[in-house]
Design a protein around this ligand. Structure first.
Ligand code: BGC
Length: 450
């Protein structure tokens, strides 16, 4: 049995997002978000679930923070609801919304838990969607305004900021596959949206620097290390394009100030010219303080000349184990992608801002939730984080997804990712799963036995 110990200042956390947990969707002056609109549209979310109540965290933040304290978290990553702060996306701020977050942050600081705050985890104000959403370049400007207000209100008590969570998902699930709000299916729109999301990130970072605040700011990307299905030239090429599509499309602009050339050429040829202003790439690639990585699984890619647009398919590994999302459990991918990012894109500090797994958890007869498969998943991934640290990767902290079961987007409440079980049918009772007690030990020992 090998014991692994993490660096002394390693940050242990758990993560959530506003729409997935808060509820109170129309309370205290909050405006409508695109996820309110989308989930209220029949047929969009499994079982007709909505985030109207979610985990009712808006009314239970005190209890939730005390559970975080019980687990022993160093830090808690959460996102702000833009329409709670600016009901119309721009214009007059809503003081009650700002006060909710001020109170939450105060509760966290009193419990010695550092807040890590994400500005955008997909709940765009609907009134900005009515102006075109992320396809409209002006929305990047509105985002920077919103960021400025938030930095001024909370910048003295929060010192870790994330502009966007997974802009790939916001752009491509929102505007291309339409699985997510706003539910648009238009490849060209998705590429435009991706560019404006990146631009808005850059504008917000610039705003942060102008204000001279002393904290740190970064962005969080979803990444999938990509492997060809065979060693044929065709599959290798398909894997390279997939890698550009999912990873390079964001990593390269952020750290090199350009888009992957081959994929850009394909988009421009097949979809039409992508409007990129000259100065945009400099705005997007200005220096950030850290990069957040969300890692869940890998991609195995095969050439498919008959496929739409990018001519690849992803294929399953039939020997692997899968989570309840149907995602392959592949811990080595975490190590691989950390190395690739460090070697190819940036030597900046890295945080794992999400990693975790859904399983069909249930309350057992002893009243507890025995989520052994999740513990195995977590253990295997921490082993890879340790390997990355030993290889010299500047990994500074690890946030698992998620603090509690929550609204899993198009899957509604059917998928559970939490360390805390939410008994939705029984007044939202919170039950710490075995994984939460396991994590408590990891944090206490600053390490684990493999
Ligand atoms: C997102 C979370 C989501 C999780 C599991 C990430 O893509 O940031 O909001 O719940 O993955 O699907």
């Amino acid at each position: 049995m090998e014991k692994i110990v993490f660096p002394e200042d390693f940050v242990w956390g758990l993560a959530t997002a506003s729409y997935q947990i808060e509820g109170a969707y129309a309370e205290d002056g909050k405006g409508e978000s695109i996820w309110d609109r989308f989930s209220h549209t029949p047929g969009k979310v499994f079982n007709g679930d909505t985030g109207d109540v979610a985990c009712d965290h808006y009314h239970r933040s005190k209890e939730d923070v005390s559970l975080m304290k019980e687990i022993g978290l160093d830090s808690y990553r959460f996102s702000l609801s833009w329409p709670r702060i600016l009901p119309n996306g721009t214009g007059q701020p809503n003081q009650a919304g700002i006060d909710f977050y001020k109170k939450l942050i105060e509760q966290l600081l009193n419990a010695s838990i550092d807040p890590m705050v994400t500005l955008y985890h997909w709940d765009l104000p609907q009134s900005l969607q009515d102006k075109g959403g992320w396809v409209n370049r002006d929305v990047a400007k509105y985002f920077a305004e919103y960021a400025g207000i938030v930095f001024q209100e909370l910048g003295d008590v929060v010192d870790k900021w994330i502009t966007h969570n997974e802009p790939w998902v916001a752009a491509f699930n929102g505007y291309s596959s339409g699985e997510h709000a706003p539910g648009i299916r238009d490849n060209y729109a998705s590429v435009q949206a991706a560019h404006h999301l990146l631009l808005s990130h850059g504008l917000a970072v610039a705003r942060y620097r102008e204000l001279g605040l002393s904290g740190e700011i970064g962005i969080t990307l979803n990444v999938n290390p990509t492997y060809p299905a065979t060693d044929s030239k065709e599959d290798q090429k398909a894997a390279d394009i997939y890698d550009d599509y999912i990873n390079g499309w964001f990593l390269e602009p952020l750290f090199k100030g350009s888009y992957p050339q081959e994929l850009l050429a394909i988009y421009q040829q097949k979809l039409g010219p992508i409007p990129i202003d000259q100065e945009d790439m400099a705005v997007i690639s200005q220096e950030i303080d850290f990069l957040g990585i969300n890692y869940y699984s890998r991609a195995i890619v095969k050439d498919n000349p008959a496929a739409e647009l990018l001519k690849f398919d992803t294929v399953a590994n039939k020997d692997a184990k899968y989570t309840a999302m149907g995602w392959e459990i592949y811990p080595e991918g975490l190590y691989d992608i950390l190395l690739i990012i460090n070697q190819k894109y940036t030597a900046k500090p890295l945080f794992i801002t999400e990693n975790g797994a859904a399983f069909p958890d249930q309350i057992s007869t002893d009243g507890r939730v025995h989520d052994q498969e999740r513990i195995e998943y977590l253990r295997q991934h921490l082993e890879m984080a340790d390997r990355a640290l030993k290889a010299g990767i500047p990994l500074k902290g690890y946030y698992f997804w998620s603090l509690m079961d929550n609204f899993e987007w198009a899957y509604g409440y059917s998928k559970r990712f939490g360390f805390i079980f939410i008994d939705y049918a029984n007044q939202q009772k919170r039950i710490l799963k075995d994984s939460a007690y396991w994590y408590q030990d990891v944090i206490k020992n600053n390490g684990l036995t493999l």
